[in-house]
Design a protein around this ligand. Structure first.
Ligand code: FES
Length: 333
């Protein structure tokens, strides 16, 4: 994981790896499945867009100061548009509901590039497990693998066929070679048997999973004996972030500032209350935008992103959700 001290929220400090915020125009909105809309965003002057990688995502700035991350479905060579897919979440408090119901072609939106937390590895064999809207980054990855002539296989689990976004695109990529398996819960009368599929997965294959939290949790535990470098997940759902249980001190070394994080608060909340601008996006430990270098002290990692190795090293932390095990944390801010 690289350090991303981006400044899209206006932080003054020079970023190590800077995100970019662009004003883009909604060029098209397309029905992709019962609750899914595909949104195509372009630069008003038709310019190429930065940071398009398989598995990558962008952050959309929505009304009410909401920022939401969406994976790109772009294939190779598609550099003049960001194409995302948005599932209308029944419990939406404005993000997906706004995009699926109120967004109009021609609207201008602020869009930020973001670190790619789900990169595609070079591998002889890639096996993907996608659940529902988790198909979006996987579609991009498969498009790239197909262009390289590399082997892939996809197990795509949906509740019903009406909810299977991009099915015709995936069938075209498969071209009758049997690389795509669609699992429809309602037709099978059961959810996908991940254990059976993983038991049959070839030893050296790189395994990817993107979908609902229970699916990813099960996938990770079933992949326990495999090399960590071959197991890749992306979580859409963030954590329910809880504040500190006991107070601790956070020191911003470069700024020469020091604050107490009281019980019930997170580091980022305290910084915002005190007018310190730092980059953030999901605020729930899944996107990596708020990753910060730790100079001193022991973080209490609560995120869903850092690897076990990164946690053990304790050199970086996600300040939107992680807290402190020590009384004092000195951060590179
Ligand atoms: S803001 Fe997304 S991980 Fe912290």
């Amino acid at each position: 994981m690289t350090a991303h001290f981006a400044n899209e929220t206006g932080a003054e400090d020079a970023p190590v790896s800077q995100t970019q915020t662009l004003e883009l125009r909604v060029e098209a909105i397309r029905y992709a499945a019962e609750t899914v809309r595909e949104v195509t965003l372009v630069a008003p002057d038709g310019a190429e867009l930065p940071g398009i990688e398989p598995g990558g995502h962008v952050d959309l700035h929505l009304p009410g100061d909401r920022i939401r991350s969406y994976s790109l479905t772009n294939g190779p060579g598609e550099t003049t548009a960001y194409v995302v897919a948005v599932n209308r979440d029944a419990a939406s408090t404005g993000g997906s509901a706004h995009i699926c119901e109120d967004l109009r072609v021609g609207t201008r939106l602020r869009v930020s590039t973001a670190p790619n937390n789900f990169p595609l590895a070079e591998a002889a064999e890639s096996l993907f497990f996608a659940g529902g809207i988790g198909i979006t980054p996987v579609l991009s990855m498969i498009r790239h693998l197909e262009a390289r002539g590399a082997a892939w296989r996809l197990i795509y689990a949906v509740r019903s066929r009406a909810q299977a976004a991009f099915l015709s695109e995936l069938q075209a990529l498969d071209a009758g070679r049997g690389r795509l398996e669609l699992h429809e819960d309602d037709r099978k009368g059961a959810v996908l048997d991940l254990a059976q599929h993983l038991a049959e997965a070839p030893e050296g294959a790189h395994l990817y999973c993107c979908g609902p939290t229970p699916m990813i949790d099960a996938f990770e535990s079933l992949c326990d004996g495999r090399p960590a470098s071959h197991v890749h997940v992306e979580r859409f759902a963030g954590l329910a972030v809880e504040g500190a249980e006991t107070a601790f001190t956070v020191v911003l070394k470069r700024k020469g500032l020091e604050f107490e994080v009281p019980p019930g608060k997170t580091i980022i909340e305290v910084l915002q209350e005190n007018g310190v601008k730092v980059a953030y996006s999901c605020q729930s430990g899944v996107c990596g935008t708020c990753e910060t270098r730790v100079i001193e002290g022991t973080p209490d990692h609560r995120d869903n992103l850092l690897s076990e190795r990164e946690r053990e090293r304790g050199q970086v932390m996600l300040i939107c959700c992680s807290l402190a095990k020590s009384d004092r944390l000195v951060l590179d801010i």
